[in-house]
Design a protein around this ligand. Structure first.
Ligand code: EPZ
Length: 417
């Protein structure tokens, strides 16, 4: 199994381009299920999760054609098998995003129930509750969600908590429903807006995406469209943290600060200088970072997907930081690994208290999930000696060509067996 070997001590400098957003691309690929016409996509990141989703869609009869490095054409005319098997879903929870569009287009769907994952139980009860509100008959048999509806009906749905893929699933289902659907307490994440923009380009009637009330007026059918996936704000934030922790000076292109306010604010609180351009961001780090406390919450608050990276930064900052995780009940798996590198972290319930130390020391550590692996890379970049990260398959799920991009910024990073 591949591992990543990092020799610490390099100061990151230079320029690198960011990729399209994983968490926008995944639901947008599923939007291809809603129409018999071709959907042409650009800026699609090359990630294991994207390949998994394309295999899943292919199994259902969706035609997939790659166009150049980051282009795709998806053809929904051959959709004939509305089933997502356990084998596929167990490798990627986001497969649940086929449920709403399949039910809306085919009148039925059979999707394996995603189990829990390293960061939490992650139930999908709100997805099911919303589809039932739209008149679907939903049962769970032998570990599969089985949903049927001759045609979904518009409904008012208020989710018990803000759920990103829940909002996306229900928004896609409502596009072909009879009447108007109102989703209250909707997720406001930029990836939800990017999906809504793609659906509107396909002929959907959606208003309020980006707010906590989304209205969808159902239509008979959707047509083909062209859409370019938004930049990945979490990839961008990860590289900014990597530069900050090494005392570096980098410029990230093909991205935007528009979706990163809470992250940029915290980096400036830590002492970084940030210059925002139309589609680029430059960060210049101070000689010594200051500790910054934070609390994760739904957008536009601080993203849970940046929590681990900021924890790594606080490990070598000046002072004490409290990190509160409010979204997932088990998202501190990286703490014990960071402590193997010499970090000083104490967990109290859903709070982690991080006391900055003068230096970290390289060691062998294990990645437990996607963002945890990013935090170990950030810590490894500043640790003395070598850090060997095991189980980096987690990383390949969400970061495109990370060792090449880090090397382009001057890091000493190598994939080893
Ligand atoms: C999305 O997951 C992202 N994944 C996650 O990114 C991200 O961490 C998360 O949103 C929060 O921002 C994708 O977009 C593919 P939720 P999602 O439903 O939609 C509870 C990464 O690193 N809940 O917003 O699965 C749930 O357990 C990944 O790229 C229910 O109880 O998250 C959690 O505590 C990790 N019932 C909270 O709500 C439901 O039916 C928020 O989860 C749905 C959710």
């Amino acid at each position: 199994m591949d591992k990543l070997l990092i020799r610490g001590g390099s100061v990151l400098k230079g320029e690198v381009a960011m990729s399209g957003a994983k968490n926008a691309a995944l639901p947008i690929l599923c939007a291809s299920l809603l129409s018999a016409d071709p959907l042409e996509l650009g800026n699609v990141p090359q990630l294991n999760d994207i390949s998994t989703m394309l295999r899943l869609l292919g199994d259902m009869g969706i035609g997939v054609r790659h166009e150049g490095d980051d282009g795709l054409t998806l053809d929904g005319s051959g959709l004939n098998n509305p089933v997502a098997s356990y084998e596929m879903v167990k490798t990627m929870r986001a497969s649940i995003l086929v449920l709403g569009p399949l039910l809306a287009r085919c009148g039925e769907a059979r999707v394996s129930l995603p189990g829990g994952c390293a960061i939490g139980a992650r139930p999908v009860d709100q997805h099911i509750k919303g589809l039932q509100a739209m008149g679907a008959e939903v049962t769970v048999e032998q570990g599969y969600v089985h949903a049927r509806a001759s045609r979904l009906k518009g409904a008012r749905i208020c989710t018990d908590m803000v759920t990103v893929t829940g909002t996306e699933n229900l928004m896609m289902a409502a596009c072909l429903a009879d009447g108007e659907t109102i989703i209250e307490n909707a997720a406001r994440e930029p990836e939800v807006v990017d999906l809504a923009n793609c659906l509107v380009a396909m002929g959907a009637r959606i208003s309020g995406a980006g707010t906590d009330i989304i209205r969808i007026q159902g239509v008979e059918k959707l047509h083909g469209a062209r859409h370019s996936i938004m930049p990945d704000r979490i990839e961008t934030g990860t590289y900014l943290c990597a530069a900050a922790v090494t005392g570096g000076d980098i410029r990230l292109t093909r991205t935007s600060a528009a979706y990163l306010d809470s992250v940029v604010d915290k980096l400036m609180d830590a002492g970084c200088e940030i210059v925002v351009e139309r589609d680029a961001i430059r960060l210049t780090a101070p000689a010594k970072l200051k500790s910054v406390s934070l609390r994760t919450a739904p957008y536009p608050a601080f993203p849970t997907d940046m929590q681990a990276q900021f924890m790594a930064m606080n490990c070598v900052a000046d002072g004490v930081a409290t990190i509160r995780e409010t979204i997932f009940e088990n998202r501190f798996m990286h703490v014990s690994e960071l402590m193997r590198l010499g970090a000083n972290i104490q967990i109290e319930g859903n709070n982690a208290i991080v006391r900055g130390v003068d230096r970290l020391e390289g060691a062998t550590v294990m990645a437990t999930d996607l963002r945890a692996s990013a935090s170990l890379i950030i810590a490894g970049l500043v640790a003395s000696g070598e850090t060997l990260i095991d189980r980096i398959y987690h990383l390949d799920r969400g970061y495109e060509r990370i060792e090449q991009k880090l090397a382009a910024l001057g890091a000493s990073v190598e994939r080893v067996r």
